[in-house]
Design a protein around this ligand. Structure first.
Ligand SMILES: Nc1nc2c(ncn2[C@@H]2O[C@H](COP(=O)(O)OP(=O)(O)OP(=O)(O)O)[C@@H](O)[C@H]2O)c(=O)[nH]1
Ligand SMILES: [Mg+2]
Ligand SMILES: [Zn+2]
Length: 360
């Protein structure tokens, strides 16, 4: 099938001019673009102009990046109808949501690629943890997509106004939506702001209602949900695989498994975007590279002393900053080398000041 003639179908799945320009000279006549919608080990499900297919990666190059959910790839049909398709190439990503993989944390895990929005989902049946939301916001901004906060289970919220006060201080400039699966109007209101062809990745701990929301927006049971534990309202990690769904005539939604711990893989601009208040105050610091720890003339520390910035928020900022620096040191060889030489000069200066070095 000539994919060019049916390109509109791909636009519903998020294809845009961005890749059109890039891929024109990369696609052979027997190849076509497709979007990765799910993955089960070495088998990917892709959306092509002729529907959903199974595909494998051409394994000739060992270290080439593996496709993530949401990736656009160049594919070729299998030799028979039942053969899986072949993924030849990964097209450049417009955005990518990453974290450090579970375990030692020294490998990158791409949660989703080519996303426009990230929905940070929190269930109002449990107290809101502002520090957790800050972490999610920083990671989300870092991806290149725009974060939004989705508060679910409004029907179970006891003190929603208290929650909103606390939330307002950490989510300045971020849209916040409140929904309940028992209130269809709230679901329709959310659905009405979705852009056709845009891609949204849902992110949050287990049991907050991500899959319930996906089903509600699709008006179809596409993914399973399960009750939370009644003792502590913790979820049961029901969704085990990331999957991209399309609302007919609407946006694409990526449902993800509940996150136990969102570890930082890389964090640069995302940190400032999540803490615009600190970024603004920091322009007044005496030193441009002020870390807001104990430097003289630090405007951020002054703001905490003056009570205009919450200490917990600065702590949270520093913690993420330190975690990002740690991740850089342990993963990027160049950054690691720089950190080592910095450490050497610290040790050297301690030798030059033996008293300080020996002081107990
Ligand atoms: N009362 C109420 N219950 C909800 C709402 N949204 C979800 N739930 C319930 O919360 C439980 C967990 O929902 P899921 O959609 O499975 O949660 P999840 O975030 O997908 O969880 P994981 O897949 O484990 O990450 C289910 O019993 C849902 O019925 C809501 O707005 N109100
Ligand atoms: Mg789920
Ligand atoms: Zn400072």
């Amino acid at each position: 099938m000539n994919w060019k003639a049916s390109q509109e179908q791909l636009e519903d799945w998020g294809w845009s001019q961005f890749w059109d320009k890039l891929s024109l000279d990369q696609i052979d006549t027997h190849q076509e673009p497709a979007r990765v919608t799910s993955q089960d080990r070495d088998l990917w499900t892709i959306q092509t102009v002729s529907g959903s297919k199974q595909a494998r990666v051409l394994s000739s190059r060992r270290n080439s990046p593996r496709p993530a959910i949401g990736d656009w790839v160049i594919v070729e049909p299998g030799s028979t109808k039942t053969d899986p398709w072949t993924i030849h190439k990964l097209l450049p990503r417009r955005s990518q949501l990453t974290r450090a993989a579970a375990g030692t944390g020294d490998t990158e895990q791409v949660i989703a690629a080519n996303i426009d929005l990230i929905w940070i989902v929190h269930g109002l049946d449990v107290p809101l943890n502002p520090r957790k939301i800050e972490r999610y916001l920083a990671v989300a901004w870092e991806s290149g997509a725009t974060p939004e906060i989705i508060l679910t289970k409004t029907d179970l919220a006891e003190s929603i106004e208290v929650e909103s006060d606390e939330l307002a201080s950490i989510t300045a400039g971020v849209d916040v939506y409140r929904v309940s699966s028992h209130d269809l109007d709230s679901i329709h209101a959310l659905k009405s702001v979705l852009r056709v062809g845009s891609t949204i990745c849902l992110l949050g701990p287990s049991g907050v209602g991500k899959s319930t929301l996906v089903n509600a927006l699709l008006e179809e049971q596409v993914t399973i949900t399960a009750e939370v534990r009644s003792s502590d309202r913790k979820g049961r990690h029901t969704t085990i695989r990331r999957e991209l769904y399309r609302i007919p005539g609407g946006a694409c939604l990526i449902d993800t498994p509940g996150i136990r711990e969102l570890r930082i893989w890389s964090l640069e601009e995302g940190l400032n975007s999540a803490f615009p208040d600190i970024e603004k105050i920091a322009t007044e610091c005496r030193f441009r590279d002020c870390k807001h720890e104990s430097e003289p003339g630090c405007a951020v520390i002054s703001a905490v002393d003056a009570g205009t910035l919450k200490n917990e928020r600065l702590d949270s900022f520093r913690k993420l900053q330190a975690e990002a620096a740690y991740a850089r040191r342990t993963t990027d060889p160049r950054a690691r080398a720089a950190a080592v030489s910095e450490w050497k000069s610290v040790k050297k200066s301690m030798k030059q000041h033996p008293k300080r070095g020996n002081r107990k």
